[in-house]
Design a protein around this ligand. Structure first.
Ligand code: FAD
Ligand code: NAI
Length: 484
């Protein structure tokens, strides 16, 4: 017997669970299909982000930062702390407890909003014209269930990209899942890929004592960032002890398993930028070379859909697929693979289904790297503006000239504001420094409202606060910074 819904969402990551809740708030009868199981074998909501992504990584980043701070960061304050120790198993237990709290929070929200959670693997089986779609859900055990609906939102997310011929066992060779669960600190750790995961998780294990080498294919560091930020970040990360090799070509990866599941080593052969061969041996390897959209066993062909050459489900600006009643959001479609982008698309699609006209400005989606210092940006980089031939002015202000930053021993980094040279509209804001993940929100609001750098420069900011650096950088656009 088939069950009927107004909307069936496949996937309960930040895209899917938010879409389901918003659709339910709008009065629709909603089912959300999710197959995830946590390490204890219990079904769990929240997707990559809550289970093995944003939330657990930030928990470990905070623990490792606290340790490093207590160990090395307090001398300047005149505080001596002796015998600072850490217990990896307690750090992991804390992280797991946070994940448990968050994922159970979504179960509560589903009950509150009357979203039906259908546990199991969802796949399309048929459609009747553009009006009726059938989705089959196969639980781990027992008979499949058929859901009939007028709208499907595909939110099946992404999975880690692996190197060809290098199987990930999440013991010695790890993707994000294993890298968030090392049971001890590796003496030596190799990371392939100096992207967001490589930097965040490489930093976690470096702070706890690992000797970390990062091998990166691209010739330069953090190509997506504004060049001034990448340059500063490279300098600071190297000072912290992360070792980088750019322009590498990865060759063989040899795994020597330990006895009884303990020990073992991994050797990565690579060619450096000059063509010279090297081998780096370590206790563990993290492969963080990007993620690929996840459409495994989704049965897209049953409803006349297919993926593009990169594996994404093609959608229009409103996340609508070629079949009008089927929508797709989050990591499984074009655009940045970020939780907040997935969430915003989820809300927008739910609202479109009931006939509203929401709009997402993809130029105003912020990016954050939760390193120390944090890196955050929104809008265009200087290189992009140059390539577009757009006239711009730039203002930059260092945290070193800000009293609050000095008081907090957080003087590294700066804020850089780029504005149109005729209209003064803010075109991009780039931050490296403590609190960048929160400071960037002001820039996002400003850009959403098409503010000028003069607007931020004229707005009263609290003193002393890190936010004054944003104001000073905006003043610096017209060479009027007051404290420099
Ligand atoms: P996902 O979160 O991947 O969820 C998809 C869900 O669909 C999964 O639960 C999966 O089990 C389910 N599913 C798939 N196929 C089926 C099927 N056929 N049937 C039933 N269920 C199915 N982003 C940020 O913005 N900030 C961060 O700090 C951040 N940190 C990250 C750290 C790490 C280590 C990683 C790996 C990612 C991080 N991300 C971060 C990216 C973020 O996790 C993703 O962008 C986000 O999770 C995408 O959401 P989604 O809903 O599209 O997909
Ligand atoms: P990434 O795309 O950020 O970085 C991958 C890096 O690997 C790139 O620098 C790339 O040049 C390099 N690379 C690719 N192939 C390689 C090869 N064969 N050899 C050596 N280097 C190679 O991907 P990452 O770090 O895996 O993260 C995946 C995604 O997850 C991110 O793009 C982001 O969307 C999301 N994420 C977001 C976070 C945040 O918002 N703070 C945190 C972590 C992940």
């Amino acid at each position: 017997m088939s069950k009927e819904f107004d909307v069936v969402v496949i996937g309960a990551g930040p895209g899917g669970y938010i879409a389901a809740i918003r659709a339910a708030q709008l009065g629709l009868k909603v089912a959300c299909v999710e197959k995830w199981k946590n390490p204890a074998g219990k079904p769990a909501l929240g997707g990559t982000c809550l289970n093995v992504g944003c939330i657990p990584s930030k928990a470990l980043l905070a623990s490792s930062e606290s340790y490093e701070h207590a160990h090395h960061g307090l001398e300047d304050h005149g505080i001596t702390v002796k015998d600072v120790k850490f217990d990896v198993s307690k750090m992991l237990a804390r992280k797991d407890a946070i994940v448990g709290k968050m994922t159970q929070g979504i179960e509560y929200l589903f009950r509150k909003n009357k979203v039906t959670w259908v546990k199991g693997h969802g796949r399309f089986i048929s459609r009747e014209g553009d009006a009726i779609v059938r989705v089959e859900v196969q639980p781990d055990e027992g008979e499949p269930e058929i859901l009939t609906t007028r709208n499907v939102i595909v939110a099946t997310g992404s999975k880690a990209r692996h190197l060809p011929n290098v199987p990930v066992d999440n013991v010695l060779v790890c993707d994000n899942e294993g890298a968030l669960a090392f049971d001890s600190v590796p003496k030596k750790l190799t990371v392939i890929g100096a992207g967001v995961i490589g930097l965040e998780l490489g930093s976690v294990w470096r702070r706890l004592g690992a000797d970390v080498t990062v091998l990166e294919m691209a010739p330069a560091f953090l190509g997506a960032c504004d060049a001034a930020v990448s340059k500063e970040a490279e300098k600071l990360f190297k000072k912290q002890g992360l070792k980088f090799e750019f322009g590498v070509k990865i060759g063989n990866v040899k795994v020597a398993p330990g006895k009884g599941g303990k020990g073992g080593s991994v050797t990565v052969q690579y060619q450096d930028a000059n063509g010279k061969e090297h081998g780096v041996e370590s206790d563990r390897l993290i492969v963080s070379i990007g993620r690929v959209p996840n459409t495994d066993g989704l049965g897209l062909e049953s409803v006349g859909l297919s993926v593009d050459e990169r594996g994404f489900i093609p959608v229009d600006d409103n996340c609508r697929s070629a079949v009008p009643s089927i929508w797709a959001i989050g990591d499984v479609v074009r655009g940045p693979m970020l939780a907040h982008k997935a969430e915003d698309e989820g809300v927008a699609v739910a609202e479109r289904i009931v006939g509203q006209k929401p709009h997402i400005d993809y130029n105003c989606i912020p990016f954050v790297i939760y390193s120390n210092p944090e890196i955050a940006w929104v809008g265009k980089t200087e290189a992009q503006l140059k390539a577009e031939g757009r006239g711009y002015k730039a203002g930059q202000f260092p945290f070193m000239a800000n009293g609050r930053a000095l008081g907090m021993a957080a003087a590294d980094g700066f804020v850089k504001v780029l504005a149109d040279d005729r209209t003064d509209e803010i075109l991009g804001v780039h931050i490296i420094g403590m609190g960048a993940s929160d400071l960037i929100a002001e820039a996002v609001v400003a850009m959403e409202f098409k503010a000028s750098s003069e607007d931020i420069a004229r707005i009263c900011h609290p003193h002393p606060s890190l936010s004054e650096v944003m104001r000073e950088a905006s003043l610096a656009v017209d060479k009027r910074a007051l404290n420099m």
